[in-house]
Design a protein around this ligand. Structure first.
Ligand SMILES: Cc1ncc(COP(=O)(O)O)c(C=O)c1O
Length: 397
């Protein structure tokens, strides 16, 4: 009887432990930004949630010989860390790297996931720049790490508060994570901030994880420096979804020290095994110097033209909005002066005007909206007309 009783307690304790472990380590925060996009982006008349630029068609991107070459590719698994040709093309973007520093992934989302999953352990400190894309912020929490944010401040022109950053670092800091150029503000870290991040990481021997997927989409055409090569524990992430406007290829990558790239590859065996061979071939062509130049020039033109239009749109409503224009990327992060919560406002826009934009709430920043300006101009114009209609109705009511 006594034995039966103690066995019972043991089983109950085991059950509770399993439940607590599940709650602590498996429960994920809803990824609000992606969830709302996934639910609604294909069911509205105007989707201005995109942070990327109007995508290419294969016909616009490739010549006939290349298209024919695609027909003949055998659709196998390929080299699972990425073909040599593609890794070579990627490593050309990072002067101090070789193909052994590169892991090709399915989108930079997978590259971010593997960077966090393969490096961070429970109870270690993860210092992260906010606002941010929020993927690694959410993931790091689900892995049981201590997430310690530091903030980009509007009053600092969306540069980080370096004192706050210093305060966030401890001897337990395993990784400092930045998004540069930043999503959602489109800001670019200045030299002082970059150096400070490197010095602080060095002091505590932490990794720097730098999501640079918007690098190449600078409006002034001056490509920013990567963190890679500035310190020996940098994991840089990028891909073709944003600056190159090829999100459907799902091409991303990690550039890291050789041992870290090898470790990430072993983790990749557990996620998607390999990137798509067709996408890899197209990516390799897209990264050839002349093609790359063509893509980035086309995109910069779209961004600059649309931003000029958007600035006028905001200017005529300057009593309602304040806005620091982005330095890179298609996202315009505006503060609004209306007495309504950002999620409520975007829901109203979706339901009443069939227009989707991103609420500041998705970044923990109510009072702001992220508006994608990378679409074709006419589409952007019509989407903003719908927004203007609702604004007038709200003011009249
Ligand atoms: C900063 C940042 N990183 C990563 C991603 C994921 O992009 P993808 O997986 O399409 O390359 C996004 C998507 O919006 C992003 O904004």
């Amino acid at each position: 009887m006594k034995q039966f009783f103690s066995d019972g307690i043991f089983l109950v304790a085991k059950f509770i432990k399993k439940k607590i472990t599940y709650i602590l380590f498996m429960k994920i925060e809803t990824f609000e930004l992606e969830r709302r996009q996934s639910l609604w982006e294909n069911f509205v008349d105007y989707n201005l949630t995109e942070s990327g630029i109007h995508p290419f068609t294969l016909e616009e991107l490739l010549n006939l010989d290349q298209l024919e070459e695609l027909f003949n590719i055998r659709i196998g698994y390929g080299q699972t860390n990425g073909s040599i040709g593609l890794r070579d093309a990627i490593s050309n973007l990072y002067p101090t790297s070789s193909i052994d520093n590169i892991l090709v992934t399915n989108g930079s989302a997978e590259a971010n996931f593997i960077s966090i999953w393969s490096i961070l352990e429970k109870d270690e400190d993860y210092v992260v720049m906010l606002p941010n894309y929020m993927q690694t912020w959410g993931l790091a929490q689900s892995f049981g790490t201590n997430v310690r944010p530091f903030y980009l401040k509007e009053e600092l022109n969306w540069q980080p508060d370096l004192d706050e950053l210093k305060d966030a670092i401890t001897s337990n800091t395993k990784m400092i994570s930045v998004c540069n150029p930043n999503n959602p503000t489109g800001s670019i870290l200045n030299g002082e901030a970059m150096n400070c991040i490197i010095d602080l990481a060095q002091d505590v021997d932490a990794f720097i994880h730098s999501d640079e997927v918007y690098r190449g989409a600078e409006l002034d055409g001056k490509e920013i420096e990567t963190f890679y090569g500035k310190y020996d524990k940098v994991i840089a992430v990028a891909g073709l979804s944003k600056a190159y406007s090829l999100p459907g290829l799902r091409m991303g990558w990690i550039v890291a020290p050789e041992d870290i790239a090898a470790k990430a590859w072993a983790y990749h065996d557990y996620t998607t095994i390999s990137p798509c061979v067709l996408s890899q071939q197209i990516a390799e062509w897209a990264l050839q110097n002349d093609k790359r130049e063509m893509i980035l020039t086309r995109n910069r033109k779209i961004l600059n033209e649309n931003l000029e239009f958007f600035l006028d749109w905001v200017e005529t409503r300057k009593h309602l909005f304040s806005f620091i224009p982005q330095k890179a990327g298609a996202m315009s992060f505006v503060r609004y002066n209306l007495d309504i919560n950002s999620t409520e406002l975007t829901e109203q826009l979706r339901k009443e005007k069939s227009l989707l934009i991103v609420a500041g709430d998705c970044f923990g920043m109510d009072g702001y909206l992220r508006i994608g300006i990378g679409s074709e101009k006419d589409y952007l114009l019509k989407g903003l007309e719908r927004f203007a209609e609702l604004l007038e109705e709200l003011i009249d009511s």
